[in-house]
Design a binder for this molecule. Structure first.
Ligand SMILES: [Zn+2]
Length: 296
C-alpha cells in the first residue's frame, strides 16, 4: 500500500517530563495502529471474496487491546482513538483508489523536462516558474549566509544570525512545498497522463552545475506529489528510461546530435527544425511516453 502522507508540521519544545510522555504516547499509538492493521489485513484476506461479510464485520477498537495490554491505559485514550481514525481513513482511501475507474481514453498528455531554475518546461513550451517571492527569499538567504560567515563563531551576534538563517531556510522550504503542491495539482487536474524522465541523476548534475545544494532540488518531492494527485483521479504518471536521449534528439525528424552543450539554449537541427532546447526535450519525452502507452 502506498498511502500519501499529508501532514502539517509543528515545532514543539517539550520539557523532559513531557518528552517522556510524548515518547510513550507515540509508542502506544504506533503499537495500537500496527495491531489493528494486522487484524484488518487478516480479516480482509479471509473475507475478501465475500463482500457482504466484509462490510458487516466489526473491526477492532483500541479498547480491545487495553484488556490484553494494560499499559496502554497510561496514555491519553484520544490519541489511541486517533490511531483508529487514521487507519480507517487509510483503508477508505485505499479502496476508493482501487475502485476508481481508469479514464477510458487518454486524450490529454503532457511531457515535462526537468529544469533547475523553473522546475520544468512542458511539451507545450510553458515554464513552471517559481514565484517571485520565493526567488526573493532565496536571495535574502544568500545575503544572510554571507553575513553569518563574517560573524565570529560562537559570539552572540553569530548565534543570532544563525537563527535568522535557520528561520529563512524553514520559510523557503515551506514556500517551495506550497508551490510544488500547486504546480502538481494543476497538472493532475488538466491532463490524463504526465510523462517524465525517471532520473534523479540529471537533477543532481544540474544542481551541482548551478552550484545549488542537491537538497534544494524539489524535483523528487514534485514527482511524488504529482504521482499521488494523478492516482487520486485514476490518472497516470509515466516514467521513461533515464538514458533516453531527450535533449539531443530532434523532436521533428528524430536525428540525434553527437553533442549538445548546456550553454546551447536553442535546438537547431539539420532538418530545419528550431526550438527552445527544453521544449524540444519535453516534446521527445511526451512522444516516448505515448509510445509506452501504445497510443502513438
Ligand atoms: Zn530534425
Amino acid at each position: 500500500m502506498n498511502m500519501p502522507n499529508k501532514a502539517y508540521k509543528f515545532r514543539l519544545y517539550p520539557t523532559q517530563e513531557q518528552e517522556q510522555l510524548l515518547a510513550k504516547t507515540f509508542g502506544c499509538v504506533r503499537f495500537v495502529y500496527n495491531k489493528m492493521l494486522e487484524e484488518r489485513i487478516h480479516i480482509y484476506e479471509k473475507l475478501k471474496d465475500d463482500k457482504e461479510a466484509l462490510k458487516q464485520h466489526k473491526f477492532p477498537t483500541p479498547a480491545k487491546y487495553k484488556r490484553d495490554f494494560p499499559w496502554l491505559k497510561e496514555v491519553d485514550s484520544l490519541a489511541l482513538a486517533n490511531a483508529q481514525l487514521n487507519l480507517q481513513k487509510a483503508f477508505t482511501n485505499f479502496f476508493s483508489y482501487e475502485h476508481q475507474p481508469v479514464p477510458k481514453e487518454i486524450e490529454n498528455v503532457v511531457g515535462l523536462d526537468f529544469s533547475m531554475n523553473t522546475l520544468y518546461v512542458d511539451s507545450e513550451g510553458k515554464r513552471a516558474n517559481y514565484p517571485r517571492f520565493y526567488r526573493q527569499a532565496l536571495e535574502k538567504l544568500a545575503r544572510a549566509q554571507r553575513v553569518l560567515s563574517r560573524r565570529r563563531k560562537g559570539s552572540n551576534r553569530w548565534h543570532k544570525q544563525r537563527l535568522t538563517v535557520a528561520k529563512l531556510h524553514e520559510k523557503i522550504a515551506n514556500q517551495r512545498q506550497d508551490f510544488l503542491h500547486q504546480a502538481s495539482r494543476q497538472l493532475a487536474n488538466r491532463y490524463d497522463a504526465v510523462v517524465i524522465e525517471d532520473l534523479n541523476m540529471k537533477g543532481m548534475a544540474q544542481a551541482l552545475h548551478f552550484g545549488q545544494s542537491v537538497h534544494d532540488n524539489g524535483w523528487g518531492m514534485f514527482t511524488f506529489f504529482l504521482q499521488y494527485k494523478l492516482a487520486e483521479q485514476g490518472k497516470k504518471l509515466i516514467k521513461i528510461d533515464k538514458w533516453f536521449p531527450s535533449s539531443k534528439m530532434c523532436s521533428c525528424c528524430g536525428r540525434v546530435k553527437v553533442s549538445l552543450s548546456l550553454s546551447e539554449r536553442l535546438f537547431c537541427c539539420a532538418c530545419g527544425f528550431v526550438a527552445d532546447r527544453d521544449t524540444n526535450a519535453a516534446i521527445n519525452i511526451k512522444k516516448e511516453g505515448l509510445k509506452q502507452l501504445g497510443t502513438a
